[in-house]
Design a protein around this ligand. Structure first.
Ligand code: MN
Length: 266
């Protein structure tokens, strides 16, 4: 064995010893998936998405004496979930743009965590701007290729569906991306995608933006991904964590609920 290949195999040994023996903390960025999990509320002219449901098939009883088993149902975009490029009309023509055929190395990448929780505490409609991202880069370095850009808002600390969805007479009021920030992230940085703590990657008022729903339109239009309803972003450093976010391998799926894990050096 050459020294190069010895050091290559050592990479995984060090990873495992960090996870098992200490040195790497595994942080769960996922919200619980249950009937009460808030789902996005689309305007009434559009088809609605099913909430999560659990239907018991058997539980160590006459229906199945030794086993417990449920049927599950929900929309693909329920709870902590993945948005594939095919989710949006602007991403529909990319090859390998659905949950079953995206190259799997693109589910894992370094996390850049941009903290706008202070701004959002004072303004639920706060939008991440390019200037805020560039200020973050001056402090933490340029967003690297293959990165997940995660926006910490502490929005996931809103525990009730009413507070979390924050729907007013004029629609939802939740933070997101400024329309001019999205092309910067999608086209001038080679990211995997973005992750947010809100019910979707776009701001609550994004139906009124130009373009409408800029994060969906331009991220998926640039063959990049979204992660919504993340939590525990306050446990991540600005850089240095690795995020693992593989969706279910639904054939021709537009997205899926998933478990998102972060590996954090301690
Ligand atoms: Mn979605």
């Amino acid at each position: 064995m050459t020294s190069a290949s010895a050091s290559q195999s050592d990479i995984l040994a060090r990873l495992v010893s960090g996870i098992v023996g200490g040195g790497i903390r595994v942080v769960d960025l996922t919200v619980p998936l249950e009937p009460a999990t808030p789902t996005i509320q689309l305007p009434p002219q559009f088809a609605p998405s099913k909430s999560f449901s659990l239907e018991e098939i058997s539980r160590y009883d006459e229906r199945g004496p030794a086993w417990y088993w449920n049927n599950i149902a929900c929309g693909e975009h329920t709870g902590t979930h993945f948005d594939a490029p095919v989710h949006w009309v602007t991403g529909k023509d990319y090859p390998n743009n659905a949950t079953h055929n995206i190259p799997v190395d693109r589910f894992i990448g370094p996390a850049c965590v941009i903290d706008i929780s202070q701004e959002v505490a004072g303004n639920p409609d706060f939008l991440l701007t390019q200037a805020v991202v560039e200020d973050w880069e001056r402090r933490h370095g340029r967003i690297p290729a293959h990165a997940w850009v995660l926006v910490r808002t502490d929005w996931s600390q809103r525990r009730t569906a009413k507070e979390f969805l924050n729907i007013g007479k004029d629609g939802p009021h939740t933070p997101g991306f400024h329309p001019q920030c999205v092309p910067f992230l999608a086209r001038e940085r080679d990211i995997l995608g973005v992750g947010v703590e809100t019910v979707g990657t776009d701001a609550g008022q994004a139906a009124t933006f130009e373009p409408m729903f800029p994060c969906h339109t331009l991220m998926h239009g640039s063959n990049r991904f979204g992660l919504a309803s993340l939590t525990n972003l306050d446990q991540l450093p600005p850089t240095g964590a690795v995020v693992i976010a593989p969706p279910l391998k639904i054939v021709n799926g537009s997205g899926s609920p998933l478990r998102v894990l972060a590996l954090v050096p301690v």
